[in-house]
Design a protein around this ligand. Sequence first.
Ligand SMILES: [Zn+2]
Length: 155
Amino acid sequence: MNVNVSRPAPQASAQQVPQTEALVLNCMDYRLVAAVADYLDGRGLRGKYDQITLAGGAIGVMSDQTTAWAKTFWQHVALARKLHGIRKVIIIDHRDCGACKAFVSTDCADIREVETVTHMKWMEALADEIAKREPGLEVETLLMDLDGSVEAFFL
Ligand SMILES: [Zn+2]
């Protein structure tokens, strides 16, 4: 492969960090991939966010069973900050999550109220970790239902 390609000098200064709104963390679940994009579009964020997708969302970062994913996540957060100046991490966990059943408890989604508290707990733990490792970033914690509706939790 020939990589000796001359490129025009970039217009923007190397010091200038392009600004984008946020890094979105969401689960890989195919049922909600389009719904997550629609939800973010609805907030006017189309084309304005970085995204990392890990099974379980917050659980995928914080579970003892997925430590390699956590390393990947933190590297993405740091790079998103450096390259795009993100100001916020938007965590979108969801109901009936298979990763929650796999990594937390098989009955994770059996009782709606318990499911809510479970996801809040994991998202809150991740928000605390973000505050510790990446101070200055805002964090939003959202729980999406299978119909695409979203509940926001304020920490
Ligand atoms: Zn899931």
